[in-house]
Design a protein around this ligand. Structure first.
Ligand code: DON
Length: 304
């Protein structure tokens, strides 16, 4: 398969489709990102890397970070995590409050905001300097020490993150959050502000395409059973209330962020990261989904 030729074709075919989406503006710092940014990176288990477009430009990974924090917590407490968070698709918006009241403050899954805030609470309880630990973890996964938090994005989100404050305080009233809300959200806002490019994201997620082990260093990040569970979660919940439609159209585990990034896995083969900031109503990149749909269609590779 000539992946370079394939992603260049996808780039040409889908770059203009972004025009029907809207760049996230509820976090003011995200609104300044050029709407026509577009990048695709593919990293294979054979150590090949293919890039097209703005693949060197770091962007705010936002909710993609929910996978990194989940892995850190899952590595430490294992299946105990399911005593604190569910593992069902939410069927509601990523920042919805309504389901939480009905379900007594227990988030549906770790990849929606409420679930990721509980994961942040777990990390605050277990790790002395969780922001530093998370940064080191992401750098090691991507094999790149240049990855940083974007302090401007973190501050912008702290200032305007009223919904996340509402979610955290609401869960604290149920006892689901055990640490001070400020401390938990400080970690959450920082994780969302992690700035990475598609190239770094594809590298950071490749271990999931190799049953949880980095194919080059041979380091086991998650054992095969836990890697399987995480990929299943990504498939069923990684695109929020659009996860079913994404599975239908694209057919691979993925995770999106409101910065316009999406990272996805084809087991035993490759990871792919796309970035195009304009979003659809569910908060997912319009051109990114199109590019991934055509990727699995033209290459005839999906998990189905
Ligand atoms: O908490 C928020 O609303 C954002 N920092 C992250 C949301 C997000 O990326 C949802 N993605 N589609």
């Amino acid at each position: 398969m000539d992946y370079q030729q394939l992603i260049e074709r996808l780039y040409q075919e889908t770059k203009d489709l972004a025009a029907s989406g809207k760049v996230a503006s509820y976090i003011p710092a995200l609104a300044d990102v050029p709407a026509n940014s577009f990048a695709i990176s593919v990293k294979t288990c054979k150590n090949e890397l293919f890039n097209v477009g703005d693949h060197r430009i770091p962007f705010s990974i936002q909710s993609i970070s929910k996978v990194f924090t989940f892995i850190l917590a899952f590595k430490i407490i294992g299946p105990e995590i399911w005593n604190r968070i569910g593992r069902e698709p939410s069927g509601s918006a990523f920042n919805s409050l309504i389901q939480l009241e009905i379900e007594q403050g227990v988030p549906r899954n770790p990849l929606i905001n409420a679930g990721a805030i509980v994961v942040a609470d777990i990390l605050v309880s277990l790790i002395k300097n969780p922001k530093q630990k998370l940064l080191e973890f992401v750098r090691s996964l991507a094999d790149d020490d240049n990855i940083l938090y974007d302090k401007g994005v973190a501050a912008s989100e702290k200032e305007t993150g009223h919904r996340n404050y509402a979610l955290a305080h609401f869960m604290k009233s149920f006892g689901t959050i055990t640490n001070p809300v400020e401390e938990v959200l400080d970690l959450y806002f920082h994780q969302c502000s992690l700035a990475m490019n598609t190239d770094q994201l594809a590298r950071a997620f490749l271990f999931l395409a190799n049953e949880g082990t980095n194919p080059f260093t041979k380091e086991e990040i998650l054992n095969p059973s836990r890697a399987k569970r995480l990929k299943a979660l990504m498939l069923t919940t990684g695109m929020y209330n659009e996860s079913g439609d994404f599975a239908f159209r694209v057919g691979i585990p993925a995770k999106s962020g409101v910065g316009g990034g999406i990272v996805a896995i084809i087991p035993n083969q490759l990871s792919i990261a796309v970035w195009s900031p304009p979003l659809n109503a569910a908060g997912n990149s319009v051109a990114g989904i199109e590019a991934l749909e055509r990727f699995t269609t033209y290459s005839e590779k999906s998990i189905f």
